[in-house]
Design a protein around this ligand. Structure first.
Ligand SMILES: C[S@@+](CC[C@H](N)C(=O)[O-])C[C@H]1O[C@@H](n2cnc3c(N)ncnc32)[C@H](O)[C@@H]1O
Length: 253
C-alpha cells in the first residue's frame, strides 16, 4: 500500500503502539515542548496560531503545545494516531507520510520533532522539508528537531520505562543501544530490547531495530535553503543541534 505502509516500520509504532506512552511519557516532554514553543512563537503570529506537526506520534509534545497553538497532528501510523487522539481529543488528527503529505492548506508554523530521524536518505529528508515548506505560510516558522546530526553522533546505551497508572497492570522497562555500523552512509541503528509486563503474567521480551538518518549540518542547511527556508541551527538546552527555518520566497511543490 505504497508510502503509507508501516509493515517495515518499528514494532513500537505497529503491534506495540498501545505501549508507547509507557516508554515515552507525556510528562517527560514538558521542558522540550517549552523549548520548541519558544522557537515556534513569532511576534507576527495571530492570537491562536495554527501549527502542523508531521510525525506527531503519541502526541506527547502536542499535549503541551496545544495550550499555545491550534494543532493539526499527522502520522503514518494509525495506532499512534489513535493514542494521540485519546491524549489530545481537541486536536485534528490526519494520517499521512511526511514525505508526500499535501493537505492543501497552510499553517502559521510547522514542527517535526524526533520523527524526522526516520528520513534515512537525503532524498527523503529533502521531501520532508518540502512538505514542511508547502504547509508553512510565507514568513512562518518551521522547526526540525533531530536527535543528532553527523557532527554530534556518539554511540550510547540508555535505559528507561514506566509503570502504567491506568489500572491495567502494564509496565515497560527498556534498553536502547545506539550504534553506527557504517559511518560512511547516512544511517545508524537504534536497537531496543523491551521488557513488557502485562498484569501478573511473565515478562515478554521484544527486540526492535529502528534505522535513523544521520546528516551533516551543511546538508541540513542546504536542503532547508533548497526547500525555501531561511535556515539556521540552534543548540538546545541538552546540547543537541536543531534547525529553525523561516519560510521565504514562493513555493508551490
Ligand atoms: C518517536 S515517535 C514521535 C513521538 C512524538 N515526538 C511525540 O511527541 O509523541 C516517531 C513517529 O514518527 C512516525 N513516522 C515515521 N516515519 C514517518 C513518516 N514517513 N511520516 C510520518 N510519520 C512518520 C512514526 O509512526 C512514529 O509515530
Amino acid at each position: 500500500m505504497g508510502t503509507l505502509s508501516v509493515s517495515d516500520a518499528p514494532k513500537l509504532y505497529g503491534e506495540l503502539a498501545s505501549w508507547f506512552h509507557l516508554l515515552s511519557w507525556p510528562a517527560d516532554y514538558t521542558e522540550e515542548a517549552e523549548f520548541a514553543r519558544s522557537l515556534l512563537a513569532s511576534p507576527n503570529s495571530p492570537p491562536s496560531p495554527t501549527l502542523l506537526e508531521l510525525g506527531s506520534g503519541g502526541g506527547n509534545n502536542a499535549s503541551h503545545l496545544k495550550a499555545h497553538f491550534k494543532m493539526t497532528l499527522t502520522d503514518v501510523s494509525e495506532g499512534m494516531l489513535e493514542l494521540s487522539r485519546n491524549l489530545n481529543p481537541e486536536c485534528e488528527h490526519l494520517r499521512g507520510d511526511m514525505k508526500s503529505l499535501r493537505l492543501g492548506s497552510v499553517f502559521d508554523a510547522v514542527f517535526i520533532h524526533d520523527a524526522i530521524m526516520y528520513m534515512t536518505k537525503e532524498a527523503d529528508l529533502r521531501s520532508a522539508l518540502e512538505t514542511a515548506r508547502v504547509h508553512c505560510k510565507e514568513g512562518g516558522i518551521a522547526l526540525f528537531m533531530p536527535d543528532v546530526i553527523r557532527e554530534t553522533f556518539v554511540s550510547l546505551t540508555t535505559h528507561g520505562g514506566h509503570d502504567g497508572t491506568a489500572g491495567d497492570g502494564r509496565s515497560i522497562r527498556y534498553i536502547e543501544w545506539t550504534f553506527d555500523p557504517d559511518p560512511s552512509d547516512t544511517t545508524y541503528t537504534v536497537d531496543f530490547a523491551y521488557l513488557l509486563r502485562d498484569g501478573r503474567g511473565p515478562v515478554r521480551v521484544v527486540q526492535d531495530t529502528h534505522v535513523f538518518g544521520l546528516f551533516p549540518r551543511n546538508t541540513w542547511l542546504r536542503l532547508l535553503s533548497d526547500a525555501g527556508f531561511d535556515g539556521r541551527s540552534v543548540t538546545d538546552p541538552w546540547g543537541r543541534e536543531v534547525f529553525v527555518g523561516r519560510a521565504v520566497g514562493r513555493h508551490s511543490r
